[in-house]
Design a protein around this ligand. Structure first.
Ligand SMILES: [Zn+2]
Length: 465
């Protein structure tokens, strides 16, 4: 007896369906709405599910007197499920219209969640564009973790974007979580004589008469909190490291030379850290010094942000090495924040060791240890309210020092380089780092990481055998 349908004929039918529809029948899921968060336990509303952003084009005119912005952000993205609707994170500003694939669509807002409903559902893997036209005065964001206002803010005569961890959504619609990185184009128009600095490379300055449009391209994947625009009356100073990494610094014209001199060794630092960590991650580096006072510095990608107050020596290597740890290797979830702050803080000690020797490094580390000895909390889960506590920085740095003491210099630096090689332009978690450390050293490191990362009590200061 022949069966009615042989396996062969089923195969032919499936192949024909695939040719006609571009997918197998079981892939034609009923479209559903993407989730309103990516599942980060510290920030359940940040990020959105169902798609992956590829590129943002942020085209804004800025009235520097009133701090009003108006324009369009266009996002190119790819669906990761069949979508009847999807969310963006966007707070406060007035939306004039939303288009998906050049068609006007309906949208709804609830707090920082913007829900977009395409006219035709999106199929899994589809690439699509969503364009949002909007205007208004950005309202600074406050989180439990960061009590001071952040995002797009006006500080005296300057406008600056300092977004960590969630401020990006106060000036552009965004999938606002570091696990979804994308490339960026900024087209920012301001009245003369204002100057616009942003991430990446300045491609063009268009003279419109009374205004100038600055076009910046950030060609490497970037987390949303690292996207920045700085508007002020700046002078640009350019140089390059000996190994050829270009540097452009934006300083206020009246800046005290003592402040700008703080950055004189940036090129040397880039080359030193490249030699021990792996090549500098991006196409360019530099800083903006705001003509005002910030509540904290930020390692915006390729363009760290400082203010005109005296700058501590430690901050220069700290913000620079975030380009490797935090920016190129982004956090997969916010509770792992030690993976960027601990690494950048330990880099300060590495710079001290390089320039002043081991004794100076140990004095620095011991002084740091003294400051956090009484602050007992597990480093790998500090809580959203305490994630920026000093212990995240210092216990993180000391965890790396303890690892170095245990595995030795050769393995330790090989661990750092391998970790960077494996996760650059991507994201990583604490478990990813532990796996690299055990893999490269060939040692089980449970006791060390249990004590430094997961236990509440801080272990004794690590000293060599
Ligand atoms: Zn930092």
């Amino acid at each position: 007896m022949q069966p009615c349908f042989s396996l062969r004929s089923i195969g032919i039918v499936l192949a024909m369906l695939f040719l006609l529809t571009g997918c197998m029948p079981w892939e034609r899921a009923v479209p559903t709405a993407g989730s309103e968060g990516v599942g980060d336990s510290y920030f359940p509303q940040l990020g959105n599910g169902g798609y992956d952003t590829l590129h943002y084009t942020i085209d804004l005119a800025v009235d520097t007197q009133t701090n009003t912005i108006s324009g369009t952000t266009t996002i190119r993205a790819q669906a990761t499920q069949s979508l009847s609707a999807f969310n963006l994170d966007f707070l406060g500003l007035d939306i004039a219209e939303v288009q998906v694939n050049d068609q006007m669509v309906i949208f709804q807002r609830a707090g920082s969640e913007l829900t977009v409903t395409p006219a035709v559902a999106l199929t899994n893997h589809d690439e699509f564009t969503v364009a949002i036209r909007y205007s208004g005065v950005p309202q600074p964001v406050k989180d439990a973790a960061i009590p001071f206002p952040h995002g797009w803010v006006k500080i005296e005569k300057s406008i600056v974007v300092v977004s960590e961890p969630s401020g990006a959504m106060n000036w552009y619609p965004v999938n606002n979580h570091p696990s979804d990185k994308a490339t960026y184009t900024f087209r920012i128009t301001v009245a003369k004589p204002y100057v616009v600095a942003a991430n990446g490379l300045l491609q063009e300055e268009i003279n419109n008469g009374n205004t100038t449009t600055y076009i910046w391209e950030a060609g490497d994947p970037m987390a949303s909190y690292l996207a920045t625009v700085s508007i002020g009356e700046y002078v640009v100073e350019t140089e390059a490291s000996l190994n050829g990494v270009p540097i452009r610094n934006y300083f206020p014209p009246n800046l005290d030379r003592k402040i700008s001199a703080s950055f004189d060794r940036t090129g040397e630092m880039i080359d030193y850290f490249s030699s021990i960590l792996g090549p500098y991650p991006f196409e360019v580096y530099g800083v903006v010094v705001i003509d005002g006072v910030l509540d904290g510095y930020l390692e915006a990608q390729t363009l760290s942000l400082f203010d005109r107050d005296p700058i501590g020596d430690w901050t220069i290597p700290h913000e620079l090495t975030h380009q490797w740890f935090g920016n190129s290797i982004s956090l997969h979830r916010w509770q792992d924040i030690w993976l960027k702050e601990g690494f950048a803080t330990y880099s300060q000690a590495l710079w001290t060791e390089h320039t002043s020797g081991i004794r100076a490094r140990d004095e620095e580390l011991r002084a740091m240890y003294g400051e956090i000895e009484s602050r007992q909390r597990p480093l790998a889960d500090p809580s959203p309210q305490e994630m920026y506590d000093l212990s995240t920085y210092v216990r993180g740095a000391l965890t790396l020092h303890a690892l170095r003491v245990q595995v030795g210099d050769e393995h330790f630096f090989s661990i750092l380089r391998t970790y960077y090689e494996r996760f650059r332009n991507s994201t990583a978690s604490t478990e990813d780092f532990i796996a690299v450390a055990e893999d490269v050293s060939g040692q089980k490191l449970d006791d060390l990481f249990d004590a430094w990362l997961y236990a509440t009590a801080i272990p004794p200061f690590p000293v060599g055998q």
